[in-house]
Design a binder for this molecule. Structure first.
Ligand code: VGL
Length: 185
């Protein structure tokens, strides 16, 4: 049987898009591309950064994605009808919670094993923080992990952070792929 594929959409929320509290440059451009490839996957997961009002995370970052606010909602252009499971992350007041594998909703590794997923494809925001942390955790957990390079965007607090993050992911075993090269189911 074909290897089962999972698409993991990281934090496509209003606060990370134009006009949001922590807008990632050009973030909206990836949304139509993500919508377009959804039918190529057996399972689709989407994470949301869901912070409490007060968290040590806001010592590093402007206040963003606070539970119950518009900024924490998915960007309205994302096709949420195609998503099978929604995961919350960053719910603790004591850590950054960058990785989807730290989700408080599900044990993501167990969920992927339960659905017999052999290949994990990661896209979303942001390349140099939550995407990177998630990809490195996926590799640590033994999943064959792809990064969809035209469906991610970086914060780039320091010039080149996004490129460095991609290199680091690749060095740890991630496979870089363009969305148009992902084969249908
Ligand atoms: C993120 C910075 C702060 C991300 C989250 O989703 O990559 N970046 N919080």
């Amino acid at each position: 049987m074909e290897n089962k594929k999972c698409l993991l959409i990281v934090d496509l929320q209003n606060d990370f898009c134009a006009g949001g509290a922590l807008a990632v440059p050009d973030a909206e451009a990836i949304i139509p591309k993500i919508n377009q490839i959804m039918d190529r996957f057996d399972l689709i997961l989407a994470s949301r950064d869901m912070h409490p009002h007060h968290t040590t995370h806001f010592q590093t970052w402007p206040t963003h994605c606070v539970r119950g606010t518009h900024g924490a909602e998915f960007h309205p252009d994302l096709n949420t009808l195609g998503i099978h499971f929604f995961l919350e992350k960053g719910t603790s007041s004591k850590d950054n919670g960058y990785s989807v594998f730290e989700s408080s909703t599900f044990n993501v590794s167990e969920l992927l094993h339960k659905y017999d997923i052999a290949e994990l494809y990661v896209c979303g925001l942001a390349t140099d923080f939550c995407v990177k942390a998630t990809v490195l955790d996926a590799l640590r957990n033994g999943f064959t992990t792809f990064v969809i390079t035209d469906c991610i965007r970086a914060v780039n607090r320091h010039e080149g952070d996004g490129v460095r993050a991609l290199n680091e992911m690749q060095q740890h075993g991630a496979i870089l792929v363009q969305s148009n090269a992902i084969r249908p189911k």
